[in-house]
Design a protein around this ligand. Structure first.
Ligand SMILES: CC(=O)SCCNC(=O)CCNC(=O)[C@H](O)C(C)(C)COP(=O)(O)OP(=O)(O)OC[C@H]1O[C@@H](n2cnc3c(N)ncnc32)[C@H](O)[C@@H]1OP(=O)(O)O
Ligand SMILES: O=C([O-])CC(=O)C(=O)O
Ligand SMILES: [Mg+2]
Length: 290
């Protein structure tokens, strides 16, 4: 299982960020060629990203490139650079339907064959940024064997819905729809970007909500958000201790041939035991919350 709590965006046009971003240790690093890059920098950014992908420092971290839509003059060139550069995952923005993904898949297959890359090794994720995308989330999530996850992109989504970012109520339906689609398809789900870098409390409140809902993680825009997110995803010492007691009690129950047991008066059965194993896996990956 690949751990994807933090996916750090950075503008593909920013050479300094491209060469240093790995030091912040996000789970995945996302080079943007779309909305963070101005029209006059599209070509130079694509070249910078193509070279950055091949740097030794990016061989041990999952790399993602957000390309422009294939309907733009840049999309196909971005895709050529990303696949030939050896990217792990291509992020398709503004995905409205499974057809968008099928079109992308066909191009990826062609490029992989042309450049001698292993067929199927380029993975995909789709950003859902409109009402149409949310309504089609399940077919998008199931549209390709290459698909590793879907992300809700809050800023374009609220524009399409003729509203604006607020307390999160404006995203409630979309978050639930994207999450259910991802889980039903067996892939990851990523929450929106939080743009106010000085509002640490607001960021943590949002992280608490999306973790509770069940998201794997979040798209981030600044290194300051990484540690906060990872820490919030780490279980507390209390949760780890309890999970260990559950696992030990379950093992004892199994020795005695019991399907359901009780621990300090609380029923322990299969879903509780599975949850305890997940808490211990999270502690292995993220440590214990500080
Ligand atoms: C709606 C959407 O489409 S969102 C997706 C596209 N957006 C992006 O990619 C934006 C990515 N983020 C950024 O460009 C920046 O974080 C900004 C513009 C939001 C804020 O920039 P700053 O105010 O300079 O951030 P800050 O003061 O925290 O920077 C501190 C250090 O972190 C670096 N840094 C900041 N953001 C990033 C990032 N996303 N990736 C890597 N390094 C970064 C800065 O270069 C700086 O490094 P230095 O100390 O060596 O000079
Ligand atoms: O894809 C993302 O996470 C960010 C984005 O484009 C949006 O919010 O519109
Ligand atoms: Mg967007």
């Amino acid at each position: 299982m690949t751990l994807r709590r933090s996916m750090l965006f950075l503008p593909g046009s920013n050479a300094a960020m491209l060469s240093t971003a790995f030091v912040y240790k996000p789970d995945s690093i996302m080079f943007d060629l779309e909305d963070a890059v101005s029209l006059r920098e599209k070509d130079s950014a694509r070249l910078l990203v193509f070279h950055a992908l091949q740097l030794p420092v990016y061989q041990d971290i999952e790399t993602v490139v957000r390309i422009n839509q294939l309907s733009t003059p840049f999309g196909l060139k971005d895709l050529e650079a990303a696949v030939r550069g050896g990217v792990d995952v291509v992020r398709l923005p503004k995905t409205d339907s499974a057809e968008d993904v099928h079109q992308l898949e066909a191009e990826i297959l062609r490029i992989e064959k042309e450049c001698g890359r292993k067929v199927g090794s380029t993975k995909l994720m789709a950003a859902i940024e409109s009402a149409a995308g949310v309504v089609n989330a399940l077919s998008i999530a199931r549209s390709s064997e290459r698909m590793i996850g879907i992300a809700l992109a809050g800023f374009d989504y609220v524009m399409d819905m003729q509203t604006e970012r607020g307390d999160g109520s404006e995203l409630y339906y979309a978050r639930c729809a994207v999450l259910h689609a991802a889980r039903a398809a067996g892939i990851d789900a990523f929450d929106v970007v939080f743009s106010d870098l000085n509002d640490e409390e607001g960021f943590l409140k949002e992280v608490d909500l999306i973790k509770r809902l069940g998201f794997n993680g979040k798209s981030l825009i600044n290194p300051r958000q990484i540690e906060l997110l990872h820490n919030a995803y780490a279980p507390t010492q209390e949760e780890v201790d309890y999970a260990k007691r559950v696992v030990a009690a379950a093992a004892e129950g199994e020795r005695q041939g019991l399907g359901v047991i009780s621990l300090n008066g609380k029923m322990i059965d299969a879903p509780i035991i599975n949850h305890a194993h997940r808490v211990l896996q999270r502690a292995d990956a993220s440590g214990v919350r500080k």
